[in-house]
Design a protein around this ligand. Structure first.
Ligand code: NAD
Length: 286
């Protein structure tokens, strides 16, 4: 099947799959231009929490970035109706390859023929989950960091992505106060995440080895780089379960042992997942 670019995108909805840490933030940014944004999550309570998050954060986002004050945000657990007439779908479900493979096959079957299908995966290239997709030309990686605080988005072709989609999104995303960057060849971890992976791994190891506490690493980082956030605070924002999944994947690709896994697993076993559970490396998120 050949793919034609979506038409009339200004009047069509955008659908975000997964209303967790990233999904709700992506939906917030994409709601700024007045488009209807639909959140689909298999956990209805999370979908509703995402809608509440957007309602609470939207006034500040509109003030900072501009946009229309009232966005149409809906949430639900019915995939076909969430996808109906959407011009863009962004998947932000957990970092499990089999799940992404299944979801992209479902999206290809259920979405309109001209819908662009994007994944926010941090560590899987879209070439790894298009096996069951009949129109791979419409699939790409669209990787956000932590909007609204971080507005960069990295766009990456699967190698089979229609190049006009990349051009379309490079032109459209700035309208939503996002800053797109084109990843010029397939790269596990995109651009910034590869750099961040090295910082994160070594930060975890100095703590796992008992060389430092998380607070020491963060304090040094803040002072030396004049940064506002250190690696451990940042990992708490990402979610320690997500950090572990991503690091496991990088280590598997590199054929090396994930020596930081036991440290992260100890926190995860206690339910300390970071900001989203109220406690992670730090305990002051209540
Ligand atoms: P999360 O665990 O906070 O949220 C994932 C959501 O997906 C949950 O609410 C879950 O109920 C839902 N879900 C599970 N199965 C689903 C399905 N079949 N259909 C619809 N929803 C489903 O995860 P997250 O941190 O938001 O990460 C999501 C994706 O975004 C991952 O691929 C991750 O690599 C990527 N990402 C995360 C960050 C981050 O800082 N957390 C940054 C960039 C990219």
């Amino acid at each position: 099947m050949t793919f034609t670019l979506p038409a009339n995108i200004a009047g069509r909805p955008i659908t975000v799959l997964g209303g967790g840490t990233l999904g709700r933030r992506i939906a917030l940014m994409l709601s700024l231009q007045g488009a209807e944004v639909r959140i689909f999550d298999t956990n209805v309570a999370v979908a509703q929490a995402a809608v509440n998050y957007i309602a609470a954060e939207r006034p500040a986002a509109v003030e900072e970035f501009g946009g229309v004050p009232a966005g149409r945000i809906t949430a639900g657990d019915n995939l076909p109706s969430a996808l109906s007439d959407a011009w863009l779908v962004i998947e932000a479900v957990p970092e499990k390859l089999e799940l992404k493979q299944k979801i992209f096959a479902d999206l290809d079957r259920l979405a309109a023929p001209d819908t662009v299908l994007a994944s926010n995966s941090s560590s899987f290239a879209s070439s790894e989950f298009i096996g069951g997709v009949g129109t791979p030309e419409r699939v790409l990686n669209m990787h956000f960091y932590m909007p609204p605080a971080v507005r960069s988005v990295e766009l990456m072709s699967s190698g089979r992505t229609e190049p006009a989609i990349l051009d379309l999104l490079m032109g459209e995303l700035p309208k939503y106060a996002l800053a797109p960057h084109l990843v010029r060849k397939e790269s596990t971890g995109f651009i910034f995440n590869r750099v961040w992976a090295a910082i994160k791994r070594e930060s975890l190891l100095v703590v796992a080895e008992g060389v430092a506490d998380p607070e020491d690493v963060d304090a040094l980082f803040l002072d030396v780089f004049k940064s506002n956030t250190g690696p451990f605070r940042f990992m708490d924002q990402v979610g320690l379960d997500v950090v572990l999944d991503i690091e496991n994947h990088y280590c598997q690709l590199a054929g090396m042992e994930n020596k930081s896994a036991p440290l992260l697993q100890r926190y995860i076993d206690k339910g300390w997942l970071g900001v989203k559970s109220g406690r992670g490396f730090y305990s002051d998120y209540a």
